[in-house]
Design a protein around this ligand. Structure first.
Ligand code: NOJ
Length: 536
């Protein structure tokens, strides 16, 4: 039987972007054996689990989010035997393992899509995807006006004149979830990995899967499909998707009932409001869904307070847990995002990122940390065009939204690239070039320096484990001067964040338990957060 304690409700999970974590073979690409080698480092940091970005066989048009085989390991990353060894090592260390599952679309190299291409219009093989006739006298216009998320139309024409739908790149055809074969096939995939011992899944595009049954034109096809508020309401967030999450939850419960290990489903849910978000985390659906509003908020006390209050009311208020996140493999890293051009080099972005980390770790609910966040890595903003791999760059020609800069391989040690990332022969080159300044962020330096980001995260995680006030529980706002947020987490635990640049008075007397920067007595400096344990 499952215990009453739901470990995931306040878990801290570390996102491992496998190709950039640690390379054990010397080909410049991180792999599963590298992840296994890095587990003691993660144990020391104190996370509860890891989420592995997709490592399945894939032509890598979108770094594994184009899956050609859902039940194997791409040779670039290892093999199933290596996966089993990684699972065993993680189990020994008490680190839970989540896989990234991609149910909205597959790769154009997936055998079912190849079969569809080789089959005639109207065939069962085509019915697994969205194939349709084009418009216009000769069918040369797409079936509707939808835009793909990464640029261009959402439809591509095949040799016999039909078109297929892909909400991302043409190499990522969308599954037709109205065909029951798809749900059955994904159930087989879930069971395959659950039988190998995984603790759950991060679900890609979890508000996707179903499209409006008539695939009608959108009223606003030009809308930027990547901003949360303008997601195409005909292509995402259809009511039928909730049935899928109920079925997946039931599968997880079945495994949990059998062995007492509660499995976790965390969805990448981009929907316009916290209320709609809450529908995905009802008790019989996903356990968690990333609440991206915190990540999307500008460095501003009122903006942060608004998104936190909304999440507490509309998500936590319904009995589910809020899943906080500040960074991931799709976003500009916080250190850079919170820096202002005018203050570049002043360390303000880093100070704010440290403060934001303490804030996130003080909020009720679960939190996800993206690899390198614990080192304070900045975004690499000056990668040359010829090394960029993000399909967004290829499809839009724009560097504005590219994601390579947060995916540069981690620095582990040493003074020069590859900074211990690759254990290969001399001269082995990481798949994206690491800037020289990465030397300052290498894990060995971070571990040796008690003022490093790493120590802040480690100390924060330790306190979360030892203090009952942190993790789940109430949050109450305290009065605070403009530009400062302060709240209690029950029984004397106070967190305050100064979003401004000038000093502010501390909300309570005494020395903080932990602070993101130096705090003279009674003073909360600008761009600083602190925790106190006080008798209120
Ligand atoms: C969200 C993933 O985080 C992103 O990296 C990917 O490109 C898209 N989904 C498409 O799978």
């Amino acid at each position: 039987m499952l215990s009453k304690y739901h470990w995931w409700r306040d878990a801290v999970i570390y996102q491992v972007y496998v190709r950039s974590f640690l390379d054990s073979t010397g080909d410049g690409i991180g792999d599963l054996a590298g992840v296994r080698a890095g587990l003691p480092y993660l144990k020391k940091l104190g996370v509860d689990g890891i989420w592995l970005s997709p490592f399945y066989p894939s032509p890598q048009h979108d770094h594994g989010y184009d899956v050609a085989d859902y039940r194997d390991v791409d040779p670039v990353f290892g093999d199933l035997d290596e996966f089993d060894q990684l699972m065993a090592a993680a189990r020994r260390l008490g680190i839970k393992v989540l896989l990234d599952i991609v149910p909205n679309h597959c790769s154009s190299e997936h055998p079912w899509f190849r079969e569809a291409l080789d089959s005639p219009p109207g065939s069962p093989a085509r019915a697994r995807f969205h194939f349709a006739a084009g418009r216009g006298p000769d069918g040369s216009e797409p079936p509707n006006n939808w835009h793909a998320m990464f640029g261009g139309p959402a439809w591509t024409r095949v040799a016999d004149g039909q078109w297929y739908l892909h909400m991302f790149t043409p190499e990522q055809p969308d599954w037709n979830w109205r065909n029951p074969e798809i749900a059955d096939e994904f159930e087989r995939t879930l069971r395959f990995w659950l039988d190998r011992g995984v603790d759950g899944f991060r679900i890609d595009v979890a508000a996707g899967l179903f499209k409006h049954p008539d695939l009608p034109d959108s009223d606003d096809p030009e809308a930027d499909a990547r901003t949360r508020d303008s997601v195409n309401p005909l292509a995402w967030n259809q009511p039928e998707v909730h049935d899928v999450w109920r079925r997946w939850r039931a599968i997880c419960e079945e495994y949990g009932d059998r062995d007492g290990r509660e499995r976790l489903l965390v969805g990448e849910v981009s929907v316009p409001t916290a209320r709609e978000h809450a529908l995905y985390v009802r008790p019989d659906e996903l356990h968690q869904a990333f609440f991206f509003d915190l990540l999307g908020a500008p460095w501003d006390a009122d903006a942060f307070r608004k998104v936190i209050a909304e999440a507490m009311q509309d998500i936590a208020g319904t009995g589910s847990t809020v899943t906080w996140v500040l960074n991931n493999h799709d976003q500009v890293r916080t250190v850079t995002r919170y820096g202002e051009p005018a203050t570049e080099g002043s360390g303000l972005g880093a100070a704010r990122a440290r403060a934001a980390a303490l804030l996130m770790l003080a909020l009720p609910g679960a939190a996800y940390i993206y690899q390198g966040e614990e080192l304070g890595l900045p975004e690499v903003v000056d990668l040359p065009d010829d090394v960029l791999t993000d399909p967004i760059f290829r499809r839009t020609g724009s560097r504005a939204r590219i994601r390579d800069g947060c995916r540069v391989p981690l620095p582990w040690s040493g003074q020069a690239s590859p900074f211990g990332f690759t254990s290969g022969a001399e001269g082995a080159k990481p798949w994206l070039p690491q800037p020289e300044y990465f030397a300052e962020y290498a894990t060995d330096r971070a571990l040796a320096d008690t003022r490093s980001f790493w120590h802040l995260y480690r100390d924060g995680l330790q306190l979360r484990k030892s203090l009952p006030q942190l993790g789940e529980g109430p949050l109450e706002w305290l009065d605070s001067p403009p530009g400062v947020l302060a709240f209690t987490r029950g029984d004397g635990l106070v967190c305050a964040v100064n979003f401004g640049t000038a000093n502010a008075p501390t909300p309570v007397p005494g020395t903080p338990l932990l602070s993101s920067g130096p705090c003279p007595p009674g003073v909360l400096p600008g761009a600083t957060a602190a925790w106190w344990l006080n008798d209120l």
